[in-house]
Design a protein around this ligand. Structure first.
Ligand code: DGY
Length: 328
């Protein structure tokens, strides 16, 4: 039987159970054991009476979900570093802290970005399709891709993940260019990363990896006009958010050989429908948002999101708050 004095926590998808022990010691924790992202209706229904919500895989928490939870909602502890699924302004207006999970997924996501860079550049997806269709492709000109070693990597958004990708690029002898909201003088030295304008970045990159947050001003930052400026041999990599790219323009650009290809961990929408052309365009290699899907990263994300909820529910400051103004 649940104790009405204990806080109630709702986790909207399966997580690493062992990392919940401390939270379970002080709260009644309900885990929705369904891997698919909860719909907004489910989010509203599940939120009722909760003191903390831990949204998994982009479960949306807007003002209506917060209101459904009621006045006892003390924290929204996102399971992910990106928090575009949460209406932070609505939370701030209600003085509810919102937290995220930075750091713990940096290396896993950078590995995924680099894996996509190689897989898309060297056309592994088309190669696997050929093998499955019994078409051996070892012949002059067949499945020739772009060489990674010694090429130019463009990084859009040199935050923690972008910097980790730049570190990997050093081992591949790559020249690293970057564009970010703010210049990073230290990274320019330690990563030998050269700052340039957005336009220079997309014009000069052999591989362009997107690592900026999805905000109104970055939605479709890689649109038809930007894609038109890229090299015909260029490859786009996206482990950020699908909305950073104007997806129909990317499909056209690859189909028309305006660019060579793309490696995507994220799409718009997610999940794509089975007949979405993003899944059926040769040269576009897509994986299902696996960036943080390493054992270590997912354990770390569970610990950190649960730790954030635990901190707030026991009267302490959360560890990684994205709207700290509500704490004062
Ligand atoms: C994040 O942390 O934002 C990732 O997209 C979750 O996998």
């Amino acid at each position: 039987m649940s104790d009405t004095r204990r806080p109630r926590v709702w986790i909207t998808g399966p997580v690493v159970e062992a990392a919940l022990a401390d939270l379970r010691a002080i709260a009644d924790v309900t885990v929705r054991q369904i891997p698919e992202t909860a719909s907004l209706d489910e989010m509203r229904a599940g939120a009722v009476g909760m003191s903390a919500i831990i949204p998994i895989s982009g479960g949306r928490v807007d003002g209506s979900v917060m209101d459904a939870a009621g006045p006892g909602l003390k924290v929204v502890a996102n399971f992910g570093v990106g928090y575009d699924n949460i209406d932070v302004a609505a939370a701030t207006a209600r003085r509810i802290p919102v937290t995220n999970t930075p750091d713990v997924l940096v290396e896993a996501t950078a590995d995924a970005a680099f894996g996509l860079l190689i897989a898309a550049g060297r056309r592994f997806g088309e190669g696997q399709t050929a093998m499955l269709e019994n078409r051996w492709q070892w012949a002059q000109g067949l499945l020739w891709g772009q060489e990674v070693f010694g090429s130019t990597l463009g990084i859009l958004g040199l935050g923690r993940i972008g910097a980790a990708v730049a570190r990997r690029a050093q081992g591949f002898g790559m020249r690293v260019l970057y564009h970010s909201r703010n210049r990073k003088p230290e990274a320019e030295v330690s990563l030998r990363a050269e700052y340039c304008s957005f336009e220079e970045l997309i014009r000069q990159s052999d591989f362009l990896s997107l690592h900026c947050a999805l905000r109104p001003e970055t939605r479709h930052i890689l649109n038809a006009a930007a894609l038109a400026m890229m090299k015909p041999t260029a490859v786009v990599v996206n482990t950020g958010r699908g909305g950073l790219i104007e997806q129909s323009a990317l499909i056209e650009a690859v189909r028309n050989k305006q660019i060579a290809g793309a490696g995507l961990d994220v799409t718009d929408p997610e999940p794509p429908s089975p007949d979405d052309p993003i899944l059926h365009t040769p040269g576009i290699f897509v994986i299902p948002h696996l960036g943080s899907a390493s054992v270590a990263a997912r354990q770390g994300m569970t610990r950190l999101s649960a730790g954030n909820a635990l901190a707030v529910l026991t009267g302490r400051s959360p560890l990684t708050c994205v709207n700290p103004e509500v704490l004062s």
